[in-house]
Design a binder for this molecule. Structure first.
Ligand code: CTP
Length: 368
């Protein structure tokens, strides 16, 4: 059997980028031989194994045929006769379809190195269409390598367009799509992900609620520039989306709770935050209560930062509301419940009294 390093590890080494995990390809071996060497099979259907010591993934060379719609519809054909070239040709992009042997020689039957030089994301063969997730993958790679000048090849974009038009994207599971969205959002230029999806008309299949103009993406651009975490980026992406559509997007991709909450709360309250000093104390307090700023102060902080990214996206130089809102939150949090309890208040009466004290404190804060 021969063992090759494949995929992202080869690509990123040639690009001079850090290599995170290594995928290995095994040619000329059977499942039984792998098991005899102590490799542990990963799943029942996939001819993939984990190395007994390193835990790295070793996949048997395989060809793939499509037997139905969606991801569950794959059948794999792995056998010792499948050659390196046959395995590589069914991969997504030429820059991902290179292999490296144990001498460090790069085997590159589909000219991935040339495309690396020309900064092109190009599909290897029509087999690209076997997995619609690749439309999202290509958009994600475009976002990741945009700082290096990479672009999607014209014929690849055309193929992505055909996949989008076929309706196949609808068959992707929320989990697979979200993984790509999440990783794309964490790239340096996440807006490129949205732009490429838009260019091939996949955006209207996946997230028709979004707009792709510069204004709509400006908050996200700022969030990436300021290295904000995922949930802030997600809320920024949904900046100009209507509340009902925010909920629909959250649910469609089963976004993590933190992302969902921040996007919904931002949709509901960003207007009040932007009003800043002009906001009535009662409206300000209501917002703080809705955020449960007493038990979840970080969530309100994330919201402030999200509003700040939106403002920078609108071209404002600073967001003085941020400090004002932080001060208001600290003021409300500082109200001490003990004197009220000591005065014998309990239950609903205590809640009302506490709210009153907080309102008074915020009024004083606003007048200061
Ligand atoms: N691959 C593919 N089609 C997919 C997923 C993966 O052809 N839908 C192939 C590509 O050759 C890819 C390799 O499997 O390089 C490994 O996939 P993965 O680990 O998901 O991605 P990487 O290319 O390693 O990229 P990343 O840096 O994003 O992990």
């Amino acid at each position: 059997m021969q063992i090759y390093k494949v995929g992202g590890a080869v690509r990123d080494r040639l690009l001079g980028r850090a290599v995170s995990d290594i995928d290995w390809l095994v040619v000329g071996a059977t499942v039984e031989e792998m098991q005899a060497k102590g490799f542990r099979p990963v799943g029942a259907d996939f001819p993939v194994f984990l190395h007994p010591q390193t835990g790295e993934e070793y996949a048997l060379a395989r060809t793939e045929r499509k037997s139905g719609r969606g991801y569950g519809g794959f059948t794999f054909h792995a056998s010792p006769e499948v050659t390196l070239e046959e395995d590589l040709i069914r991969r997504d992009l030429t820059i991902n379809a290179m292999a490296e042997d144990d001498q460090g020689n790069v085997l590159d039957p589909y000219h991935g190195q040339e495309d690396l030089e020309h900064r092109l994301l190009r599909h290897v063969s029509p087999a690209f269409a076997e997995d619609p997730l690749r439309v999202l993958r290509v958009a994600r790679f475009a976002a990741r390598y945009a700082p290096l000048g990479f672009q999607v090849a014209d014929d690849t974009l055309e193929l992505m367009r055909q996949i989008a038009a076929s309706g196949e994207l609808q068959a992707l599971t929320a989990e697979r799509s979200w993984k790509e969205i999440e990783r794309a959002l964490m790239e340096e230029q996440p807006q490129v992900f949205i732009q490429v999806l838009n260019d091939c008309s996949a955006l209207q299949e996946l997230m028709p609620e979004l707009h792709c103009d510069a204004d709509s993406l400006a908050a996200l651009v700022q969030a990436a520039k300021h290295r904000q975490p995922l949930h802030v980026r997600w809320a920024c992406l949904l900046d100009r989306v209507q509340p009902a559509a925010i909920k629909a997007l959250n649910q469609r991709f089963k976004a993590p709770r933190e992302c969902q909450e921040l996007a919904v709360l931002t949709g509901e309250f960003s207007g009040r935050a932007d009003a800043g000093m002009a906001l009535e104390p009662s409206g300000l307090l209501e917002m703080l209560q809705k955020f449960d700023v007493y038990r979840r102060p970080q969530r309100f902080e994330d919201f402030i930062v999200t509003c700040e990214m939106r403002a920078l996206g609108r071209g404002e130089q600073t967001y003085p509301q941020a400090e004002y809102l932080r001060g208001a939150a600290a003021t409300a949090r500082a109200v001490n419940v003990k004197p009220l309890v000591d005065a014998g208040l309990a239950g609903q009466a205590l809640g009302e009294a506490l709210k009153n004290e907080r309102l008074k404190a915020i009024e004083a804060y606003q007048r200061r």
